[in-house]
Design a protein. Structure first.
Lengths: 254, 293
């Protein structure tokens, strides 16, 4: 369980995240939603220790994340950010192999190779595993990075807008894979999403942020309705049911 | 496919090693005229100084380029070699070429190294806050301070006695003739100490190719390694500069040749390759110019 307690982050004098407290339950997909600049990515960065909070604390199974060793933390929590620029030529497999670094420090053993193979199969990358990343499309590259995080084999997987650059087909594919990771392997996934319909259909819980503050936090069913969404996005969003899924039809709303 | 690349890299490294060894042997024995027993030990010192400089610069540059994530920068960005010019010029200006700081080579060597490393450390102390400012702020500040020091040096050089200036100039151009064997030995010790220290960071540097966020995600203590590499690079540069004079541009060339020549992201291989290319360029390139001794 990850407990975020009263966390605040300032960039200069601007409060990007202000006094947010959320508990992330294990074995579930939790989606962070909210308008641009709501502080979703910043919050995720603080949970994963990429950024230090100005006040407040993050507890991972009752221990403050600050007190954990880097290598140990990397075996328990994985994070993937939005922009991933690499200035060396790597093949897909080499990139995924980096996911094993917290365990093997560059010397891969049989177990590492097995985990790498699994991760490649999971993300459907086996056929292109020996291609160089700079020869791939944006979507394939994104899948390769997610595959690296899967190879890292952590209990918690944090993803910052993983559907960026992806077409519908691959977005659905990735959300299904995340669902599988949670349902079959018991992982905990926290994901920042812009398309609320993906949040609605695939996540168990939703955390809604706006202007750095927590607006809503609860099971998906409680958040995906017109009144709650109005608080988050300042838009009148009609919600319709389609095959048991709640779909927000926001395209023409005022 | 992976193993093919590995084998190709190994063959390339062996070729480089043979070429480097040939360069060294060539430098030691080519065109010796007059007394062998006089010329040979001198040549050994010179070749050692070249090898130390070549390796130090290659090593510092490759590591520096990884932590700055930029392949057209050299560690001279920090302004360490400008500091060298300042130290030498100030000594010549205020104390003159007959002072102990010039005549005593150890004293000169020691003063230069200490001043350069102190300068770099001070710069890091005040400007290295990776969580707050990007590393480029540090580099920009280093560059500007370097330029400022350069102007100061020019100013002093205009005022200095012309005869003094001539002997100062000798100090400010890289030169491998006349290196003292004891200084070579001290430099070698510093170099080896740096290697041992750097060896622990090699694997982490490989991961740092993925960027700060990904490297931290994989458990690498990114900011600490960046600082360590900056310190290491300054010590290596300071050592080679104090030994033979400023020659950092070489690093840019050999590091990029190594990236092109060796298909890998592994620093152990890249640094070895860059060092060998550096030795070939420096020692091999000096062979045609050997005269008499």
């Amino acid at each position: 369980m990850i407990e975020i307690k009263g966390i605040t982050k300032l960039f200069g004098k601007k409060k990007v995240v202000e006094d947010v407290s959320v508990t992330i339950e294990t074995g579930k997909i939790t989606s962070f939603i909210g308008p641009n600049g709501a502080g979703k990515s910043t919050l995720l960065s603080m949970v994963s220790r990429l950024l230090e909070a100005d006040t407040g604390e993050v507890l991972l199974d009752q221990t403050n994340v600050k007190s954990l060793k880097s290598k140990e933390f990397a075996k328990r929590v994985a994070i993937l950010r939005q922009s991933n620029f690499i200035n060396v030529r790597l093949t897909v497999r080499e990139l995924v192999a980096f996911g094993r670094y917290p365990y093997s420090h560059g010397r891969l053993n049989e177990e590492d190779d097995m985990k790498i193979d699994e991760a490649l199969v999971y993300m459907n990358l086996v056929d292109i595993q020996h291609q160089f990343l700079d020869e791939l499309s944006g979507g394939q590259k994104q899948r390769a990075f997610i595959s690296m995080v899967i190879a890292q084999d952590t209990e918690y997987i944090l993803l910052d807008e993983p559907l960026n650059n992806l077409d519908m087909k691959h977005s659905v594919q990735i959300m299904k894979i995340l669902r599988k990771l949670v349902d079959e392997l018991g992982k905990t996934v926290v994901i920042v999403l812009h398309d609320i319909n993906f949040a609605s259909v695939y996540s168990d819980r939703i955390v809604a942020l706006k202007d750095g503050r927590l607006v809503k936090d609860g099971p998906t069913a409680e958040i995906i309705n017109t009144t709650a969404l109005k608080d988050v996005y300042d838009m009148n969003i009609p919600v319709q049911e389609q095959d048991g899924c709640k779909i927000c039809v926001y395209f023409q709303s005022q | 496919m992976q193993s093919n690349v590995k084998r190709a890299n190994r063959i390339k490294l062996i070729c480089l090693f043979i070429l480097a060894a040939l360069s060294i042997v060539g430098f030691l024995f080519y065109n010796i005229q007059g007394s062998f027993s006089y010329a040979f030990p001198k040549r050994v010192d010179r070749v050692l100084a070249m090898v130390i400089t070549a390796v130090a610069i290659a090593y510092a540059t490759v590591m520096f380029q990884t932590v700055t994530r930029n392949r057209i920068l050299t560690p001279s960005m920090i302004g360490v070699d400008s500091m060298y010019e300042v130290v030498q010029t100030v000594i010549f200006f205020f104390l003159g070429s007959a002072s102990a700081f010039v005549v005593d080579r150890y004293l000169n060597f020691g003063t230069s190294i200490v001043a350069m490393v102190l300068f770099a450390l001070l710069l890091y102390r005040f400007l290295f806050r990776a969580d707050k400012y990007p590393i480029f702020l540090l580099l920009l500040a280093g560059m500007i301070i370097g330029t400022l020091l350069g102007s100061l040096v020019s100013f002093l050089q205009v005022l200095i006695d012309p005869v003094e200036y001539l002997s100062l100039q000798n100090k400010l151009f890289a030169s491998f003739t006349n290196v003292k064997s004891e200084l070579v030995l001290i430099s070698a010790v510093i170099l080896i100490a740096c290697f041992i220290y750097g060896a622990f960071m090699m694997k982490d540097l490989d991961v740092m190719n993925l960027g700060r966020d990904n490297a931290m995600n994989l458990g690498v203590n990114y900011d600490k390694i960046v600082l360590n590499v900056l310190i290491l690079a300054s010590i290596l540069l300071a050592t080679s500069t104090a030994l033979v004079g400023p020659i950092t541009f070489l690093g840019l060339i050999v590091a990029n040749l190594a990236y092109q020549f060796l298909v890998t992201y592994k620093h152990s291989i890249l640094i070895l390759g860059a060092s060998l290319i550096s030795i070939i360029a420096l020692v091999g390139g000096a062979i045609p110019r050997i005269t008499r001794i």
